[in-house]
Design a protein around this ligand. Structure first.
Ligand SMILES: Nc1ncnc2c1ncn2[C@@H]1O[C@H](COP(=O)(O)OP(=O)(O)O)[C@@H](O)[C@H]1O
Ligand SMILES: [Mg+2]
Length: 336
């Protein structure tokens, strides 16, 4: 029997940067899998390598300073073997990406309707007139009122929420199989955040897309993701389905992140911050477990020897020497 291929399979991805101060290992052995229709959340504090992982998929990192190792299989084909032309063909077509700051991706001197139409024309053989008509339809689908008038406006004339809707319209113009959303709502206020996420999920269901959603907001993860990978300093330290992660997390870093979930009425754009200390610099990667210097459960072994990402249960992976004892203790506390 031929096994069904995952939509995306990242195998042992390594990304290095050459900087003036030497070689940096930003991603060290990340493996992830995503099937059609699944929503994979990637969480972790700022600087953990979430964006670098996402940008590696479409090779958006500066090729002069970055080197890749490992495999990024999209429908079985390794994207790291693709030429930049081949990647270009895929981008915005089968794989789309949206970012935290739509302003950086939009052209400030072109009206939004025309921008959407242009991105359609790149991938589809249709006339300018048809593409513009399609752009208006897309604006309407993303819930932008008076789309015909709005299409004539420039990016700076519309709100941040509207700009993100425009980005979604562009990203979805060619009905991609995979959407990568890197903190798409972090810059928006709470009400607009949930509208944008609802919109993304509406399209996700219609197109049965796979989505990688990068966020530092566990509330968002709980609401829309099917599975989650928690990253710390360039590595995945825990990975499982969303229900298991919230009911039985195994890694002390994940507990810490969950305890620092911002209140619903608070400022949700705030970075997670209640774990003591901060993510070490890539120039000073700890020798053993990378989280050990900040971990209250760390033992001698943790400081000298790096744990592997272990299969704790059939659908649950964790990178911790002591996860069994720690999670037991956690459960005891919870029951008291
Ligand atoms: N072009 C670059 N050159 C050198 N270091 C980089 C570059 N891009 C990202 N990094 C480093 O890689 C690490 C991961 O960054 P990033 O993936 O952006 O983190 P985040 O999880 O916040 O998205 C950070 O330490 C960052 O400083
Ligand atoms: Mg980032």
């Amino acid at each position: 029997m031929i096994e069904k291929q995952p939509l995306l399979k990242i195998e042992d991805l390594k990304v290095n940067f050459s900087t003036f101060n030497g070689e940096l290992s930003a991603i060290d052995g990340v493996s992830l899998e995503l099937n059609t229709g699944e929503v994979l959340g990637i969480v972790g504090e700022s600087g953990c390598g979430k964006s670098v992982t996402a940008e590696a998929i479409l090779q958006l990192l500066d090729e002069n300073i970055s080197t890749y190792d490992g495999k990024i299989l999209f429908n079985g084909a390794n994207l790291l073997d693709y030429s930049s032309k081949e990647i270009e063909k895929l981008r915005g077509n089968e794989i789309s990406m949206i970012f935290q700051d739509p302003m950086s991706s939009l052209n400030p001197v072109i009206p939004i309707g025309k921008q959407i139409a242009e991105s359609i024309i790149i991938h589809q053989k249709i006339s300018k007139k048809e593409a513009y008509k399609k752009a208006i339809e897309l604006l309407e689908l993303t819930g932008i009122p008076s789309p015909v008038q709005r299409a004539k406006e420039y990016p700076h004339e519309i709100s941040g929420g509207m700009r993100q809707r425009v980005m979604i319209a562009i990203a979805l113009a060619c009905q991609p199989k995979l959407l990568i959303a890197d903190e798409p709502t972090t810059a928006l206020d709470v009400t607009i955040q949930s509208q944008i996420l609802d919109l993304m999920m509406k399209f996700q269901k219609e197109l049965n897309m796979g989505i990688i959603l990068i966020t530092h907001d566990f509330g968002v993860v709980a609401n829309i993701c099917t599975k989650v990978a928690v990253m710390y300093l360039g590595q995945v330290i825990e990975e499982t389905d969303v229900n298991t992660l919230f009911s039985k997390p195994l890694h002390p870093y994940t507990f810490g992140l969950m305890e620092s979930v911002p209140q619903l009425d608070g400022d949700r754009s705030q970075e997670l911050s209640t774990i003591a200390g901060s993510v070490p610099s890539l120039y000073q990667i700890p020798k053993g477990c990378r989280f050990a210097p900040r971990c209250k459960y760390a033992t001698e072994k943790c400081h000298v020897s790096m744990p592997i990402l272990e299969q704790a249960k059939s659908n649950h992976k964790v990178r911790c020497w002591h996860y069994e004892k720690i999670s037991e203790r956690k459960t005891v506390y919870a029951n008291q």
